[in-house]
Design a protein around this ligand. Structure first.
Ligand code: CP
Length: 308
């Protein structure tokens, strides 16, 4: 791997290789000595043109645990706020001897554009990791979600997994569905109102449900999605109260899933809209372990791209 832009098209072996590489890093994270020298002498630039709590922080922790130098560009106080273009920003940071750009951007395709630009200008040795671009992809979220499922459920090939909510605007859902398919999950369900389903969703190899109670019957894993209010742009939506009534995950609805089902959410959560606090904080929830596993998975990705 040179860059990680999307999970689409990556083989099962590559995905499993990343998850396997993350396993010992999860153990490193639990031990007292937390650092390994795999990225010593390398500079990782976090370029978050969109806000983040989990992804930016866990990338920083992961890079530091790999002994990299980490530079967090504050976009609001950078010269991007004076109108400097994305590629001029990249060129200037590359001139500071960057080894890796971790990029989040509201525009789908921005990390790909950067990778293309680096290749076209002879700097393809600088790695690009997509930390979420528009509606397109959030590959490390998809990977940490797969790590979480494997941790609790072991065998992908026996599972029924439901992805619930705002699939239309969700880069997380796209990465999850690509990864679930590649890893051999036999039944992937998508549960959403018609207005929050992308056209052609059935071509993604999923079963589509608009009735949440039907869709949740007998599932092993419930992957909730955030309502992406910042990307709605006039979409015809139910009110928050209606949405919660039909698509909010409550203890009653969760009882339709298998008794040992796990509940996931990429965060940030809209409590009381897509998920009831009793579920988010309940015994089926693995939402906080997802965040912790994100460190090990991001260590795996960065060390596989740039590790010595
Ligand atoms: N899951 C996720 O991308 O969260 P952040 O927006 O806080 O990074």
């Amino acid at each position: 791997l040179q860059h990680l832009i999307t999970l689409e098209g990556l083989s099962r072996e590559i995905l499993q290789g990343i998850l396997d590489t993350a396993e010992p890093f999860a153990e490193v994270a639990e031990r007292e000595v937390k650092k390994v020298p795999l990225l010593r002498g390398k500079s990782v630039f976090n370029l978050f043109f969109e806000n983040s709590t989990r992804t930016r922080t866990t990338f920083e922790i992961a890079a530091k645990r790999l002994s990299a130098d980490v530079i967090n560009l504050n976009i609001n106080t950078s010269s991007a706020s004076k109108g400097e273009s994305l590629l001029d920003t990249v060129d200037n940071l590359a001139a500071m001897q960057a080894d890796m750009f971790v990029v989040r951007h509201a525009s789908s395709g921005a990390p790909y554009l950067i990778a293309q630009h680096l290749a076209a200008t002879g700097r393809e040795h600088i790695h690009v990791v997509n930390a979420g671009d528009g509606r397109h992809a959030h590959p490390t979220q998809g990977l940490l979600d797969m790590y979480t499922i494997r941790h609790y459920k072991k065998d992908f090939t026996r599972l029924t997994v439901a992805v619930v909510g705002d699939v239309l605007h969700s880069r997380v859902a796209r990465s999850q569905i690509h990864a679930l398919r590649t890893l051999g999950v036999p039944e992937i369900r998508v549960i959403a109102p018609r207005t929050l389903l992308p056209s052609g969703v059935a071509d993604m190899g999923v079963r589509v449900f608009q009735d949440m109670k039907e869709g949740l019957k007998g599932v092993d894993v419930v992957m909730m999605l955030r309502l992406q209010n910042e990307r709605m742009q006039g979409a015809l939506l139910p009110s928050p109260q209606e949405y919660f009534k039909y698509y909010g995950l409550t203890p009653d609805k969760l009882r339709l899933a298998k008794p040992d089902a796990i509940v996931m959410h990429p965060g940030p959560m809209n409590r009381g809209i897509e998920i009831d606090s009793a579920v988010a904080d309940g015994s089926h929830s693995v939402i906080l372990p997802q965040v912790t596993f994100g460190i090990a998975v991001r260590m795996a990705v960065m060390s596989m791209l740039a590790g010595s």
